[in-house]
Write a protein that binds this ligand. Structure first.
Ligand SMILES: Nc1ncnc2c1ncn2[C@@H]1O[C@H](COP(=O)(O)OP(=O)(O)OP(=O)(O)O)[C@@H](O)[C@H]1O
Length: 392
């Protein structure tokens, strides 16, 4: 079953259109307050938009508000534009959607098996059939041995596995995962992630996450949301290999500055001209090497060719390519940005020096020599050869 969704909700500044294929997992990522949870709530029937429409396969989940709901911000054609039929709204249990949230929300007075059987029972299955179904899905999540326990007797990871079995037991056509690993500790999350990888393989699913590892392991495609809008989307590896938004760049571990293309430079509004190398088809490999710290970076990723002067373009470079100086270096054909250090944090063997949107990785020895603290005024310097320029 494929999903087509469009919704506008003024109170939350949301105007988003997404589609998910019948056997596809899409990761929705974005900063806090971007609208990810609001989108999930609308899809699952817990929140009503001012306008919009969603279909799952040939079923209409909702059709609300004026037929001319504004889809323009997404740039995507959508059937909601032509919607003329009467309003409709399926309640959450009629939607054929399974939801796994951060909190497992199990019924405390029911056993694990009864919790999982609850969905099939609500769908009209007999007690025995519902219990058989519960056992099957508990088996899928490696939790059969927990059947007779009460939720209070489960660890956080076990409870989340049971909640996943409960979501699957209704045999949903669409599975929604809203930060399913967020409440788990670092030792438990990998197990659930591997389990989800297996479970999601042949499904239509959406996962909201702050963890790029979830997008890499679980998703075919990534959608970046900001301020209630979809600002970037594409195959996970492609988005991380050549990010266009600062948020995607931060996920990929790259610095990204955008502006108008002029020759081999990008004229950025706040950092001036950034000189680099135009990404050509031969340059794809070069760009792939920039994000070497990003496991998603693919040497085979297809890059568009850089386009004409005046068109919007992006300059990308790795924090490891940035040198930090206390004085502006003289006479060198390099990019030099006067910045103020905002944060210092350990990053593997290096120290990551953050200055607003830009980052540099320096050795602890260099850090000691420079004597950096938050508030230090420094110069970030990067060679043109280390900067990839490609169309925005
Ligand atoms: N119950 C609510 N009532 C009114 N506005 C809300 C409510 N919940 C969220 N908002 C607002 O809606 C916008 C989108 O919030 P939402 O929770 O959907 O974002 P998010 O991307 O899920 O954020 P986070 O990553 O922090 O969970 C924000 O401006 C937020 O302040």
């Amino acid at each position: 079953m494929s999903l087509d969704f469009h919704a506008v909700l003024a109170e939350r500044n949301l105007n988003a259109t997404i589609s998910v294929g019948p056997v596809e997992t899409v990761a929705i990522m974005g900063p806090n307050g971007a609208g990810k949870s609001s989108l999930i709530q609308i899809l699952s029937g817990l929140l009503k938009p001012d306008a919009g429409q969603a279909t799952l396969g040939d079923r209409v989940l909702f059709r609300v508000g004026p037929a001319s709901a504004d889809c323009s911000s997404s740039g995507t054609t959508h059937s909601a534009r032509t919607a003329s039929a009467a309003s409709s709204w399926l309640s959450p249990h009629e939607r054929g959607i399974g939801l796994l949230a951060q909190d497992p929300l199990l019924f405390p007075h029911l056993s694990v098996a009864e919790n999982v059987a609850f969905g099939p029972r609500s769908q009209g299955r007999g007690k025995r059939a519902a219990m058989e179904s519960a056992q099957k899905w508990l088996g899928e999540v490696d939790a059969v041995e927990l059947s007779v326990r009460k939720p209070a007797q489960l660890s956080g990871g076990q409870a989340q596995r049971v909640a996943l079995a409960r979501a699957l037991a209704t045999e949903p056509e669409l599975l929604l995962l809203d930060e399913p690993m967020a409440a788990l500790d670092v030792n438990t999350a990998p197990f659930l992630r591997s389990l989800l990888k297996r479970v999601l393989e042949h499904r239509c699913a959406i996962i909201v996450t702050h963890d790029v590892l979830d997008a890499l392991m679980l998703a075919d495609r990534i959608i970046i949301m900001e301020q209630g809008r979809i600002i970037e989307q594409g195959p996970t590896a492609a988005v991380l290999a050549h990010p266009r938004s600062p948020f995607a760049a931060s996920l990929a571990g790259l610095n990204v500055l955008s502006g108008a293309l002029e020759g081999t430079s990008v004229q950025t509004p706040d950092a001036g001209a950034v000189v680099g190398r135009l990404a050509t088809s031969q340059g794809a490999e070069f760009l792939a090497t920039l994000g070497s710290e990003s496991p998603a970076t693919s040497r085979t990723s297809e890059l568009p060719l850089a386009s004409a002067d005046g068109s919007m373009a992006v300059a990308a470079f790795a924090p490891s390519a940035v040198s930090v100086f206390l004085e502006r270096p003289q006479g060198s054909p390099r990019n030099c940005f006067a910045v103020t250090v905002t944060e210092l944090e350990p990053h593997g063997d290096h120290i990551r020096v953050r200055a607003g949107r830009l980052s540099a990785d320096i050795s602890p020895a260099a850090m000691a020599e420079l004597g950096l603290v938050p508030g230090s005024a420094v110069f970030f310097v990067v060679k043109a050869a280390e900067v990839a320029i490609y169309p925005a």
